[in-house]
Design a protein around this ligand. Structure first.
Ligand SMILES: [Zn+2]
Length: 407
C-alpha cells in the first residue's frame, strides 16, 4: 500500500511509473526528474527500475505515469511514549505539564501500562510506521514489546533516580533486567535501550554509569534534555518553575542540585553538564534540545549525538522553537518524532511533519523534513538507512503526495 501525508490514502496496485522531483533514501537526496517503475510478482508490488524519468519512459513506455511530490522509505517515529497513549492531552507550559502529569499519574496509577502501549503500537502499525523509539516505563511493557512488537527500533526503559545515594542499587537492578531482556531481542523487533529521563531526574553518578554501560555493552541511550527554559534555570540557580513543579510532584526525594549531585553555576547548561560528567561520551540520542546555546550545539556535534525534535510538543508546552538550521550547519543529525499524546495530542507522524513545515516556515523544505522522518530517524535509532533500489517492495516505500493518488 502506498502512503501519503495526510487524509487521503489509496493503494497503488497497478503496474506503473511513479514520477517524482524528490527521491530520498539512505544514500542521498536526489532532485530532478526521477521515477520508479513498479511491477507485480506473487508477493505484491515491487520496484523494477529506479532511474531518470526519460529513461523509464523509453523502457516502460506503455505504463501509465503517476506523479508524487516525493518518494522515500517508510517513516519512523524515533521518540514517543506508547504507554501514555490513553493519557489526556495536557495543555499549559512545561512546569505545568510536569505537575499535571504527576497528578494524573497519582489519580490513574494503572493508565500507563500494557493496554495503552498496545493501543499506541497499533496506531503506528496502522499508519505504516517502520520503526519506533519507545520510552517504556513498565517492565511488563518492555517484555511485551520485546516478545511481540512488529516494529523495529529501540524500546528504552525509562530510568528515574533523583538521589546520588540510590545510584549503585539502581544500576545493579538495571543490569539484572538487561541480562534478562537482551536474549528476548528478535530480528525485526526492537532492541533494548535505556532512557535516563532527563538530567534533572537522574543523578550524576547514575548518568555516568549508564554512559559507561552504553559504551561497553552497546546499549542505546535516549534522554530528554534542554527542553524548556525552566530547565536552564534549574541548572543555573536551582530554582524557577521547573524546580517548584518537581518539588511538588511526589518524588520520595525531590530532585534538587544537592540530591542529583551537581553544583549550580550561572554559566552551566544541561548540555554542558552532560558533557562535563562524561555522559555525552556514549553519543546518546538527545531529545528536544530547544533551549541551547551555540556552544551547546558545538558540544553536541563534537560528541556526534543525534538529536530528535518534537515540534508540536515544544509548541504546546511553550518551550520555544528548535533551532534546526544551527544544528544542520553544525553537521548534527536531526530526526523528527511526535513525543506522546500527552504533549502532542496524537502520535501521527504526518501531523508532526505538517506542523513542522508550518512552524519553521519556508526555510524548512519538504526534503529536509522527510529526511528527518527517515534517514535522520534511522540514525537516531541506530538502524541502517534504507536504499531505494530494484527489488524493493512498495510496502517499504512512502509515495508522498499532497494530492490523492490514483490507483
Ligand atoms: Zn518524551
Amino acid at each position: 500500500m502506498a502512503r501519503r501525508a495526510s487524509a487521503d490514502l489509496r493503494p497503488v496496485n497497478a503496474e506503473q511509473i511513479v514520477a517524482t522531483p524528490l527521491l530520498i533514501d539512505g544514500r542521498a537526496t536526489r532532485r530532478g526528474q526521477f521515477g520508479l517503475a513498479l511491477g507485480r510478482d506473487a508477493q505484491g508490488m515491487k520496484v523494477l527500475q529506479v532511474d531518470g524519468l526519460d529513461t523509464l519512459k523509453r523502457t516502460f513506455g506503455k505504463l501509465p505515469i503517476t506523479t508524487v511530490d516525493a518518494i522515500c522509505p517508510r517513516p519512523m517515529n524515533a521518540h514517543t511514549h506508547l504507554d501514555l497513549s490513553t493519557y489526556p492531552h495536557l495543555r499549559g507550559d512545561f512546569a505545568h505539564f510536569i505537575a499535571a502529569m504527576a497528578k494524573y499519574r497519582r489519580e490513574h496509577p494503572q493508565a500507563r501500562g500494557l493496554a495503552a502501549a498496545s493501543s499506541g503500537l497499533g496506531r503506528l502499525v496502522s499508519r505504516a510506521v517502520a520503526a519506533v523509539g519507545d520510552i517504556v516505563a513498565r517492565d511488563a511493557v518492555m517484555v511485551a514489546e520485546l516478545q511481540r512488537s512488529p516494529l523495529a527500533g529501540v524500546a528504552y526503559r525509562e530510568v528515574v533516580c533523583t538521589e546520588q545515594a540510590a545510584a549503585v542499587p539502581t544500576l545493579a537492578a538495571l543490569m539484572q533486567r538487561l541480562q534478562a531482556w537482551r536474549p528476548m531481542q528478535r530480528p525485526g523487533g526492537p532492541r533494548v535501550g535505556l532512557s535516563p529521563q532527563s538530567p534533572y531526574l537522574v543523578c550524576k553518578d547514575l548518568l555516568r554509569q549508564m554512559a559507561r554501560l552504553s559504551i561497553t555493552e552497546h546499549v542505546p541511550l535516549q534522554i530528554h534534555v534542554a527542553e524548556s527554559p525552566s530547565e536552564l534555570a534549574f541548572f543555573q540557580t536551582g530554582s524557577g518553575s521547573l524546580a517548584q513543579a518537581l518539588s511538588a510532584s511526589g518524588f520520595r526525594v525531590p530532585p534538587s542540585p544537592a540530591s542529583l549531585g551537581f553544583q549550580c553555576d550561572p554559566a552551566l547548561t544541561p548540555i554542558r553538564y552532560l558533557a562535563d560528567i562524561g555522559f555525552l561520551d556514549a553519543a546518546p540520542t538527545l531529545v528536544h534540545c530547544v533551549n541551547v546555546t551555540d556552544e551547546d550545539i558545538q558540544i553536541i556535534a563534537e560528541h556526534r549525538c543525534p538529536v530528535i525534535t518534537c515540534t508540536r510538543s515544544n509548541a504546546n508546552l511553550q518551550c520555544g522553537v528548535f533551532p534546526w538550521k544551527k544544528f544542520e550547519q553544525a553537521g548534527v543529525s536531526v530526526a523528527l518524532a511526535t513525543d506522546s499524546v500527552a504533549s502532542a495530542h496524537d502520535i501521527e507522524i504526518w501531523h508532526e511533519l505538517d506542523a513542522s513545515l508550518a512552524c519553521h516556515g519556508p526555510g524548512l523544505d519538504l526534503a529536509t523534513a522527510l529526511e528527518w522522518l527517515t534517514v535522520g530517524a534511522s540514525r537516531a535509532l541506530g538502524l541502517a538507512a534504507m536504499s531505494i533500489e530494484v527489488g524493493c517492495r512498495l510496502d517499504d516505500l512512502t509515495l508522498f503526495s499532497r494530492r490523492p493518488l490514483v490507483a
